[in-house]
Design a protein around this ligand. Structure first.
Ligand code: G3P
Length: 223
C-alpha cells in the first residue's frame, strides 16, 4: 500500500451514495493524479462494484465479515470483495465495531487473500491489542471528535504521537493513520508531523460545499 494515504470514507452520506458516490470517487481520482498523491475511497457495499470498475485509485470496503465462504447469510466476505477488485477494507470502525476475536479472524482471512487491512482503534490500549495481530494499518480515531470539525491531530496531538509510538514498539511494520474531525490541509500536515502515515476522513470531504477544493488543500499539505 502506497503511503502517505488519504482515505475518504463515504459512510452512508447521501452526498456519497449511488451516482454521487461515483462522482466523488472520480474527483478523488483526479486530485490524486493531479498532485501525484495516494487517495483511496471507501464507498458503501452497493457502490463498490461500479466504483472499483470505473476508477483506478484503490477502493476499500467500509466493513468486512470474518467469513471465508459457505453458509453465511447476510455477510460480506473478503473473497467477494476481492472478486470485484476491492483492495481491502476498514475493519471495526467505531460505527461498526467488532470484537478483538472477530478482528483477528478477519485479518487471518484477509491475509490469505492478500488484501489490505485498516483496523480502527479508539484508544491506545485497544490499538496495542490490535497491533499484535499485525494488520497493515491501524487508524486511530476518537469517536467524540468524529464529524466535529475539530481535528484529532490538532486537538489531541500528544495522544496521536503516543499512539504512533506505542504501535511502533509492538510492531514497527504496522503503520498508523489518524482520523476524526479533519477538514483542512493544516490538519493533515499536523497528522503527518506526529508520525502518522496519513488520514481517514469523511464529513470534511463528503459534506463539503466543494470536496475537490478540500482534497486539493489536503494534497498541497502532503506534496
Ligand atoms: O472514518 C472516518 C471518520 O470516522 C472520521 O469522520 O466525519 O470526522 O471525518 P469525520
Amino acid at each position: 500500500m502506497k503511503l502517505p494515504l488519504i482515505l475518504v470514507n463515504f459512510k452512508c452520506y447521501e452526498e456519497a451514495t449511488g451516482k454521487n458516490a461515483l462522482k466523488l470517487a472520480k474527483i478523488c481520482e483526479e486530485v490524486a493524479k493531479k498532485y501525484n498523491i495516494n487517495i483511496s475511497v471507501a464507498p458503501q457495499f452497493t457502490d463498490l462494484y461500479q466504483i472499483s470498475k470505473k476508477v483506478k485509485i484503490p477502493v476499500f470496503s467500509q466493513h468486512v465479515d470474518a467469513v471465508e465462504k459457505g453458509a453465511y447469510t447476510g455477510h460480506v466476505s473478503p473473497l467477494a470483495l476481492k472478486e470485484i477488485g476491492v483492495k481491502g477494507s476498514l475493519i471495526s470502525h467505531s460505527e461498526k465495531k467488532l470484537s478483538l476475536k472477530e478482528i483477528k479472524e478477519c485479518l487471518e482471512i484477509m491475509k490469505r487473500h492478500k488484501m489490505v487491512s485498516i483496523v480502527c482503534a479508539d484508544s491506545i490500549i485497544r490499538g496495542k491489542e490490535i497491533a499484535k495481530f499485525a494488520p497493515d494499518l491501524i487508524a486511530y480515531e476518537d469517536p467524540f471528535l468524529i464529524g466535529s470539525g475539530q481535528a484529532i491531530s490538532r486537538v489531541k496531538p500528544d495522544s496521536v504521537k503516543n499512539f504512533v509510538e506505542s504501535i511502533e514498539k509492538i510492531n514497527p511494520r504496522v503503520k498508523v493513520l489518524c482520523g476524526a474531525g479533519i477538514t483542512s490541509g493544516e490538519d493533515v500536515k499536523k497528522a503527518l508531523e506526529l508520525g502518522t502515515k496519513g488520514i481517514l476522513v469523511s464529513s470534511g470531504v463528503v459534506k463539503a460545499k466543494n470536496p475537490r477544493k478540500v482534497l486539493e488543500d489536503f494534497a498541497k499539505a502532503i506534496s
